[in-house]
Design a protein around this ligand. Sequence first.
Ligand code: UT7
Length: 334
Amino acid sequence: MSGGAAVLCGLGTWLPPHAVTNDDLARELDTSDEWIRSRTGIGVRHVADPATATSDLAVEAGRRALKSAGCEAVDAVLLATTTPDHPCPATAPLVADRLGLGTVAAFDVGAVCTGFLYALAAGAGLIAAGTASRVLVIGADMYSSILDPADRSTRAIFGDGAGAVVLRAGYADEPGVLTAPVLGSDGSGSELIIVRAGGSREPLHSLTRGQGDPYFRMQGQSVFRNAVERMAEASLTAARRAGWSAGEIDRLVAHQANLRILHAVADRMRLPRQRCPVHLDQVGNTAAASVPLALAHAVTSGCLEPGHRTVLTAFGGGLTWGACAVRWPAITPA
Ligand code: UT7
């Protein structure tokens, strides 16, 4: 292994089969199809059954990405997730084992909804360092396991799912090369998206004493504002690193959190809104799985084509954000 550029060469996705419509939610919570569609653009989300864990989703997406890449072996497995199977150990080694990938390097990446972008950057770094020549990068989340059943503002948004890509070592001028990813964080906003219990600050056993909050909490409006600013700024920087002006971006594949966020990011970048593929209407916000799921949907719907100057971007808890430019390669998602 001698290092080199990281080239996207496979893409796979998996959604749990059970779909929950806005009307289904309205039968349980004080909400409506009209509110959810007009405030978020979301129509349906997929929810895993309680016997499923994040590794199950990750294995399905990972297997499909390997098939799409036509490869059976990799040197590392990176899993971006906020909902690991257990607090300890990481879920990636289990996924690598279940995929039959042997004793390869495997670790989880925790950057909430930006996790896939962070994991892509880490995978590209392993390739540049010569540590790996092929890396499986998976984003998988099962937010149904951390949402408060009574919280209509988060239940309306989040869905479960997984998406994965294969990176291989290649040359800087190939289609599919990831151009120097842009990553950022601002821990002063760590309270805006948080699961309080289950870590060292509020250990799980605090729950058994009737203290602590085990559920995912989000301050929607502040997150909304930050998401728009950070994704627009990071995307413009990523495009600049690739040598493109903002207007030259053919597709901006952004974290699918809210249709109003996608539109606001496009407007801020002076990009026609049609250049931002939309997938959230069918899956909601799937956290770390959102970008690869949106990529696969954009390809299969004919919206994203080989040669397109594409920017991927995401924003999430931490706060964290990221963006990366790639001239889209000829990939058939599986
Ligand atoms: O993936 C990580 C990044 N996450 C995001 O980017 C999410 C960003 N935030 C958002 O997408 C939006 O802030 C939300 C969709 C979460 C909320 O939309 P909003 O337009 O910001 O609503 P709001 O939080 O200002 O709430 C307005 C009202 C409130 O009622 P009151 O207090 O005005 O009476 C909420 O209780 O809407 C209410 N509300 C709902 N009503 C019906 C919140 N959720 C719902 C709901 N159905 N599902």
